[in-house]
Design a protein around this ligand. Sequence first.
Ligand code: SAM
Length: 277
Amino acid sequence: MQLWCTENETEYLGLTTRVKETLFAGKSEFQDVAVVDTYQFGRMLVLDGVFQTSIAEEFVYHEMIAHIPLFIHPNPKKVLVIGGGDGGAVREVVRHDTVEKVEMVEIDGLVVEVSKKYLPQISKAMLENNPKLDLKIGDGIGHMAAAENEYDVIIVDCSDPIGPGEGLFTHAFYQNVYKALKPDGLFVQQTESPFYHQPLIQRLSKDIKDIFPIHEMYLAHIPIYPGGMHCFTIGSKKYASKDVDLSNRQKLETKYYNEELQKAAFALPNFVKELIK
Ligand code: SAM
């Protein structure tokens, strides 16, 4: 028998991959959680039917959501990751020598448990109890509302803006992010596909511009996300991508991220510039 797994990208489009084996399928208080072993991408985490990350291509997303903002900030010491239950983002964050502490606030303990069991390469920092990492199971929205002047960099590694992730894409949330950052802090959020999620991106860009003096967007190519073209949005109080000088910064071994991309990833096609102007 052949088993296939489809993520519905829109009402009219899906991404389908052939499944070798379903390793886990369960339900938490927040969402359906599954890990499937696929022929194309290896093991893949799926939440509420949406592809989150896979062994074959996770490096693109995790390197790009972590290294780009951590190198824009000249000396990031305290970092917060909201979401990111698979552990891939914190695995990359702890590699930065400047980073002394990374707090991670993930709403769903089941995602963390399942990732540690079935995706050990991705959840490495969580599995090894990395001493820089302080992992809390809780709602990132409430955590952000309570924080003030604490973080150099905040990484919002969230799922789609439905279910528990919905409140992470609002004006009120971005105001709390601003308040939680130090006076020269910056944040990044995964902001979906510039092709398929245009109303969302327009709205959040407007909200972020309203609050932060610097708003920027960069792209990466992620095979399991709608259209393969994925965007990340930055709100920054002081530092901009064009001012980054990597000459005296740590050199990291990476599979996707590199020094050219630190600036080149911010080059946007005209339709994307138009979308966020
Ligand atoms: N790379 C992924 C993507 O874009 O599809 C995101 C990965 S990570 C698995 C997303 C995580 O955000 C999920 O584990 C989900 O439980 C978590 N999440 C959603 N809403 C949250 C909230 N309000 N507070 C904290 N974590 C949240």
